[in-house]
Ligand binder design. Structure first.
Ligand SMILES: [Fe+2]
Ligand SMILES: [Fe+2]
Length: 310
């Protein structure tokens, strides 16, 4: 029948996979969007104030439980509970206690905006990886190691989430670096290196004003080094966020263990030994220690302590 539509489980008009959640558009009409959102366990999410005070956001919990923080009290909501927001002044914070699926209805079109935003950021990352033929899937590997390190360091859920997104996007600013410089086999001239040094700041600028704005300092700081010899701002020690110190280690390791235009890949043990040599001057010793544990567990390097004692 014209105008009538049946949708079966798992069918949608369009879907966006974020790093920790999935948003699917089920239907839309007259400016209203009907979506489902699935969020992993122990993730934070927010309902933000809208620019339009009359916009309504309505959420109905289909499966799972969430904890809602309200004026210093916490409310637990489960299946068939619902909440809505209209004209709120501050963001409302939620935490998922299990994997959660929400039915989400918004009177202000939002999906296209988030859908385009994340898709276009990830497209730029893919373009960077194609330009620099030695960094294929670099951001996936950097994210994978970064999250494992962070879990060892018991960072909070919010930091873990930001770290994950920032790892994917950390080199996005390289889109402005000419291909000849990225793939140059020989030593870079000072001028060429100055161009490379712009990518953390350019990346940060690209994130500002998007849904992911709060992670821009991590991107800006991923080449800073503890003793102030990094770039672009020569930050030192605690001036560099923990998330950026973690990406510094996982990024350097990945760069060393992959082929580059000017050399072959080093093995994992060699790369780790290099990181350890620079631990305390360039890299955070706690982060390097946590990373060694990860590599030992994955069987990529030998456990040197047990070798000495056993
Ligand atoms: Fe970088
Ligand atoms: Fe990188």
């Amino acid at each position: 029948m014209e105008g009538f539509k049946i949708g079966r489980k798992g069918q949608f008009l369009e879907s966006v996979k974020y790093i920790t959640n999935d948003i699917s558009l089920l239907s839309r009409g007259d400016g209203i969007e009907i979506l489902t959102q699935s969020i992993e366990k122990e993730r934070l999410f927010y309902v933000y104030p809208s620019e339009n005070p009359n916009a309504l956001e309505f959420y109905f919990i289909l499966t799972g439980e969430v904890e809602c923080e309200l004026d210093e009290s916490k409310v637990i909501l489960g299946p068939q509970d619902y909440f809505s927001a209209k004209g709120i002044k501050d963001p409302v914070h939620f935490k998922t206690l299990s994997e959660v699926t929400l039915l989400w209805i918004i009177t202000e079109p939002t999906f296209r905006y988030i859908s385009n935003e994340i898709t276009s950021l990830m497209d730029v990352v893919k373009q960077v990886e194609q330009k620099d033929r030695y960094t294929f899937n670099h951001s996936d590997r950097v994210a994978n190691y970064a999250v494992k390190i962070a879990k060892k360091l018991r960072v909070n859920v919010e930091q873990l989430e930001n770290l994950n997104v920032a790892s994917y996007l950390h080199d996005i600013g390289k889109i402005n670096v000419p291909e000849e410089i990225l793939n140059k086999p020989g030593r870079l001239t000072d001028e060429e290196f100055d161009i490379i040094k712009k990518h953390p700041g350019d990346g940060a600028e690209m994130i500002k004003g998007t849904y992911y704005e709060e992670i821009y300092p991590i991107i800006e700081q991923h080449h800073e080094r503890l003793n102030g010899t990094g770039y672009p701002n020569r930050l030192k020690g605690d001036e560099i966020s923990l998330e950026a110190r973690i990406i510094a280690v996982s990024d350097t390791f990945d760069a060393m263990t992959e082929d580059r235009a000017y050399r072959k890949a080093f093995d994992a043990q060699f790369a780790l030994d290099e990181l350890k040599k620079l631990s305390g001057t360039h890299y955070d010793p706690e982060v390097v220690r946590a990373f060694e544990e990860v590599l030992v567990e994955e069987g990529l390097v030998k456990n040197q302590e047990s070798e000495q004692t056993g």
